[in-house]
Design a protein around this ligand. Structure first.
Ligand code: BES
Ligand code: ZN
Length: 612
């Protein structure tokens, strides 16, 4: 392994490594804090070891000890997004190969960016409070002092005390529960994670009044009881997907694969917490449109959780490979044409992201420099879709999907339980395809990896499924006022829901439509009443772009009723760009700010140029 340094972490990485973590939490719903006690088992990697630095952000540290003896500690200056280094001095010296147990008593802050505390009113059931965490990429340090970097992996054990009416869940295997001996109104839930994980894929939620349904031999779905049946229907293909993924990538090592449906403010579509995938409820449209998200998060069980990017600069290794496997699952379960169709959609998303950032922006590099860059601000679909395009391009060069998936599987087996850099990935690619090195040498690696903008080569895609979408989009683009009567409901009835989404995405890429066209589209296709969030958010953006004033309240409603950043940020931005309604966008944001997830609130404030 090349020497480790991670620009997103303050923690000591070359001199010690966490191997296990034992965590005790008391969840205080009144004060919005977690009282915590953590014991880190740390392996020493150098001689004369007597101090270490951990990551922390907004934590109150009460007491630190090392192997039971009091240790000195100090919090360094707070960095805007990286937090404060926690410097610990041991009362003794250790040598390479020894272990030390560092125990820390602390408390989180009510503004911890990993956590969202929901009032009963913000939940479906309206009766109980709810708390969930989202640690990726660098928020775990607001919940626990640790080496908050994907280059460090460890097992963990945890005990979480919550009020008796609530259930606690974690990204781990459940290990029983018991009444809290110190407070009869509370219960302690225990968890164990026997496979090494990194801090960002660590956590959990605890909370609410849950219901659980079995959806397969190793899978359960958890949600507030109001939507558990709907969720069980949506996720009924989970076991088939797991089996398909195993046949592609090797055995599933995490034992359990459960799905937790979060409240609408969850900022992502899905999050691959080991053993317990988190998903947004915004895709419960009754049409299994969540299948893609689940296939994606399942794929992370291999690329992301088992093989992990060494630092966030190599994030494409997680997301690019995951998108590649997710689309291989689509190929196995549906058809090659569907995979190709998704590839075309991905290329278009890449064009959109590059346009958003600007084609010269170094954040559109496949491997961006993350020094002094906030991972939340850098987030985009570039690592997903430039990463996929590169892998798909290599697949074309190396001999097709079976051949290339053979490489991906072998890469997974080689780097399993560890972390990897782009260079190590590339070296292994050259080793695996040793007979085809001359073809690989012709690839413009610098263009693909270290140059901003679109990739140097556009791969070939089969357009069978996309043709209908392109044709209908072009009919609208070219239509004159007098042609509008030729459109009928039948145009979209011929499209399935992924095609309808693609059609909307194509329309959105065009210059703003004339208001007359958009109104006609509503009249014949009734898009205002479509529930599928992927269709709806694109449709509302098209309307606002065309300055249809009636769509403004609908767009702001969608932006605030759910908080998935993929939808909320562009909707707010679109309304803000409609100059007559800029103030309205800002006002609505300010009114709802308190109910938004802290990361969503921070990013929307930036998008709308609101200071402080
Ligand atoms: N791990 C990501 C979500 C993430 C990335 C959270 C970076 C925080 C920082 C997850 O696997 C993901 O990619 N989710 C997508 C799902 C989609 C690609 C199917 C999402 O949220 O939209
Ligand atoms: Zn992902």
């Amino acid at each position: 392994m090349t020497p480790v340094s991670d620009p997103s972490s303050f923690s000591s990485l070359s001199k010690c490594a966490t191997k296990h973590l034992n965590l005790i939490y008391h969840v205080d719903f009144d004060r919005h804090v977690l009282k915590g006690k953590v014991a880190l088992t740390v392996e020493v990697l150098e001689d004369k070891f007597s101090s270490l630095t951990l990551d922390s952000k907004d934590l109150k540290i009460f007491k630190v000890s090392a192997n039971g003896q009091a240790a000195q500690f100090a919090l360094g200056t707070k960095h805007k997004f990286k937090g404060s280094p926690l410097e610990i001095t041991l009362p003794f010296e250790l040598s390479r190969g020894q272990h030390v147990i560092v125990e820390i008593e602390y408390e989180t802050s009510p503004s911890a960016t990993a956590l969202q505390w929901l009032t009963p009113k913000q939940t479906a059931g309206k009766k109980h409070p709810y708390l969930f965490s989202q640690c990726q990429a660098t928020h775990c340090r607001t919940m626990v002092p640790c080496q908050d970097t994907p280059s460090v992996k460890h097992t963990y054990y945890a005990q979480v005390s919550v009020p008796r009416e609530l259930v606690a869940l974690m990204s781990a295997l459940r290990d029983g529960q018991e009444p809290d001996p110190s407070d009869s109104s509370r219960v302690i839930y225990r968890f164990r994670q026997p496979v090494s994980v990194t801090s960002s894929f660590f956590f959990f939620l605890k909370s609410c009044f849950f219901k659980m349904l079995e959806i397969g031999p190793r899978s359960r779905v958890w949600s507030e009881k109001e939507c558990v049946d709907e969720a069980a229907f949506e996720f009924s293909e989970t076991e088939t997907m797991l089996k398909t993924a195993e046949s592609l990538a090797g055995p599933y090592v995490w034992s359990q694969y459960d799905v937790l449906v979060l409240p609408p403010s969850f900022p992502y579509g899905g999050m691959e917490n080991p053993c317990l995938t988190f998903v947004t409820p915004t895709v419960l449209a009754g049409d299994r449109s969540l299948a893609g998200v689940i296939a994606h998060e399942i794929s992370h069980s291999w690329t992301g959780n088992l093989v992990t990017n060494r630092t966030w600069e190599h994030f494409w290794l997680n997301e690019g490979h995951t998108v590649y496997i997710e689309r291989m699952i689509a190929r196995c379960m549906e058809s090659e044409q569907l995979r190709q169709f998704k590839g075309i959609g991905g290329w278009k998303e890449l064009q959109e992201s590059v346009k958003q950032f600007g084609a010269n922006n170094v954040l559109t590099n496949l491997v961006p420099n993350m020094h002094e860059v906030d991972t939340d601000e850098a987030f985009s679909l570039v690592p997903y879709e430039k990463g996929f395009a590169l892998l798909y391009h290599l697949e074309e060069l190396m001999g097709g999907p079976e051949v290339f998936m053979g490489f991906v599987k072998s890469y997974i087996q080689l780097f399993a339980y560890g972390s990897v850099t782009t260079e190590e990935w590339k070296n292994y690619l050259f080793t695996y395809f040793k007979d085809k090195v001359d073809i690989l040498n012709k690839v413009d690696w610098n263009g693909w990896m270290h140059t901003p903008g679109m990739p140097p080569v556009k791969p070939q895609y089969d357009t069978t499924m996309a043709d209908a979408c392109t044709a209908l989009c072009q009919r609208w683009v070219k239509a004159k006022e007098e042609d509008l009567a030729s459109f009928t409901e039948a145009d979209v009835k011929k499209l399935n829901s992924p095609q309808l989404i693609e059609f909307m995405a194509l329309l959105l890429q065009e210059e703003p439509f004339l208001l007359s066209h958009v109104k006609k589209m509503q009249e014949v296709y009734q898009l205002n009443s479509v529930k599928n969030a992927e269709v709806r958010f694109r449709w509302l953006r098209i309307c606002v772009k065309a300055h249809w004033e009636e769509a403004v309240p609908l767009a702001l409603k969608m932006a605030t009723e759910q908080g998935r950043m993929k939808f909320t940020r562009p909707l707010f931005k679109e309304v803000y760009n409609f100059s007559k309604y800029s103030d309205e966008a800002v006002k609505t944001f300010k009114e709802h700010r308190g109910a938004l997830h802290p990361v969503t609130a921070m990013l929307v404030a930036k998008d709308l140029k609101i200071d402080g």
